[in-house]
Design a protein around this ligand. Structure first.
Ligand code: FES
Length: 501
């Protein structure tokens, strides 16, 4: 809550490589009322994949994206499309048994095949490439775990082998390798999905901010200047909008960081993730004739951000020292829900819901898990059996991750905040103004911006994040832009403006 270091001192544009190089879309907002079979709230991987699958099944859909297609969580991923997810199978087998681990792997492999099929049939130009994916070990302890994961994954029928031949530019002891995995340009893929969805009685709306869902026959999704009437509604907003299933207690928001830098070597036919800590994720890609290396990691629960600038610096050092990156071109962070029992939530919003469905808790593997989840709901809403629906059931019994933080926190925080602070350009701080917590930021030109510091979800006080230049809530992970607009939920209402102190 105190003034923090200036983002200028961190290398790279604070923007996702995919967003920076993906171009943008210009779908209209929704003015008036439309009627379709299915309303989909959220224009990311899960929402658009579900919308297209439903359209292909003969239903009409309307996708409501609150910003622009590709600017949300999916546009901030690594770009890996893979069923090898570090040591997921060992973890799932230990918690849920072999059958669940197998089902999870099958669902993710089916998702990978679906993405390849959609890219081909819709002719989406999104740099889709088949690559091998490796989970690598540098220590003896990690090597044993990698061997066990390879054996288990092969036993589950997945394309796994153990290997000591790992095409990284530094020495490792071994890895589990999955063949025929993939990577893609996440924003271009979403834009391709949106193009295929829009038209013939189906719609993509942008800057279309859903304000509420009235469940009934039909359901009505209310927006500022219009509404969508639909038989069923899918909520695919990362953190569920209109959460009646208490998913913010059943899933922990977890943040990840990525840097991308230029190299003078061509991309590898492989992607990587480490077992040893600190975890590092690696992907190489060529865009517009330039070769980039992406290095990711530094993950943490949203409530434990610490020094976010230092996190970028550690990733930059790794990219430079071990991957030959000369300078960071882009840096970004994002959050995803880690479900308390390790499995995504897909199905009805709550046990009582009849027509409102949810996809959430994609455990940072959204390109495959989001696709798998979308296909499950597309089957469900088309009256087809899906073999993995039960495993991902959103209404299964799970332990609670964290009770909602008491609103009293905000009161304590007000009394602890200073009444004034001297800000350097690029710095932000929370100060107390007339008993109210105000979030104040001074931009590089010296202009001061002020919004309420009280999170519109449940009233915690936001912190300034100097590396991403955002206001972040430590309680359940909501993130806000400097002007107060919501970047990431569970909050759905912007931080209201305050007088500049
Ligand atoms: Fe829940 Fe801020 S109080 S995200």
């Amino acid at each position: 809550m105190s003034a923090a270091s200036n983002s200028e001192r961190i290398e790279g544009e604070p923007m996702s490589l995919w967003v920076a190089t993906g171009g943008s879309t210009e779908y209209p907002g929704l003015r008036g009322d439309v009627e379709v079979d299915i309303a989909v709230i959220g224009g990311g991987i899960a929402g658009l994949t579900a919308a297209l699958a439903l359209k292909r099944a003969g239903q009409t859909v309307a996708v409501l994206e609150t910003a622009r297609v590709g600017t949300g969580v999916t546009g901030h991923t690594t770009g890996k499309v893979t069923s090898l997810q570090r040591l997921a199978y060992t973890e799932l087998r230990d918690h849920h048994g072999t059958d669940t681990a197998r089902a999870y792997g099958q669902a993710n492999e089916a998702a990978l095949r679906h993405v390849a099929d959609v890219v081909a049939t819709e002719g989406i130009d999104c740099d889709f490439r088949r690559v091998a994916n490796y989970t690598y070990a540098e220590s003896d302890e990690a090597l044993a775990r990698v061997r066990a994961e390879a054996d288990l994954a092969a036993e589950l029928g997945l394309p796994a082998t153990f290997t000591t031949e790992v095409p990284l530019p530094f020495q490792v002891k071994g890895a589990v390798r999955f063949d025929d995995q993939a990577q893609l340009h996440a924003v271009k893929y979403l834009q391709g999905l949106a193009r295929a969805v829009d038209g013939d009685g189906s719609f993509v709306f942008e800057r279309a901010h859903a304000r509420g869902i009235r469940e009934g026959s039909p359901c009505i999704v209310d927006l500022e200047d219009g509404s969508v009437r639909a038989r069923d509604v899918i909520v695919a907003t990362n953190v569920p909008f209109g959460d009646h299933g208490l998913f913010d207690c059943r899933s922990r928001p977890h943040r990840s960081y990525l840097v991308a830098g230029l190299v003078d070597t061509p991309p590898l036919d492989a992607t990587f993730i480490s077992v040893d800590e600190p975890m590092r994720s690696i992907l190489t890609v060529a865009i517009d004739g330039k070769s980039y290396v992406l290095a990711g990691g530094e993950g943490h629960p949203a409530s434990e951000a610490g020094d976010t600038a230092e996190r970028y610096r550690r990733l930059a050092a790794f990219a430079r020292d071990r991957l030959g990156v000369e300078g960071v071109a882009y840096r970004w962070s994002t959050q995803d829900g880690i479900p308390v029992d390790g499995l995504p939530y897909v199905g009805r919003m709550s046990p009582e819901a009849k027509h409102v469905y949810v996809i959430t808790g994609l455990r940072k593997w959204g390109l495959t898990n989001g696709t798998a989840a979308a296909l499950i709901l597309a089957d469900t809403l088309s009256g087809r059996e899906n073999p993995w629906a039960a495993v991902f059931d959103s209404n299964r019994t799970t332990p609670a991750a964290n009770a909602n933080q008491p609103v009293e926190e905000s009161t304590e925080a007000v009394s602890a905040t200073p009444e004034r602070v001297d800000l350097a350009p690029g710095d932000g701080a929370v100060i107390g103004v007339d008993g109210d917590s105000t979030a104040v930021y001074k931009d590089e030109e010296g202009n001061v911006h002020a919004v309420s510091a009280v999170c519109t979800h449940l009233g915690c006080i936001v912190d300034f994040n100097p590396a991403d230049v955002t206001w972040d809530c430590p309680c359940h992970g909501s993130r806000f832009a400097i002007d107060g607009s919501v970047i990431q939920g569970p909050a759905v209402i912007a931080l209201p403006p305050r007088p500049v102190p």
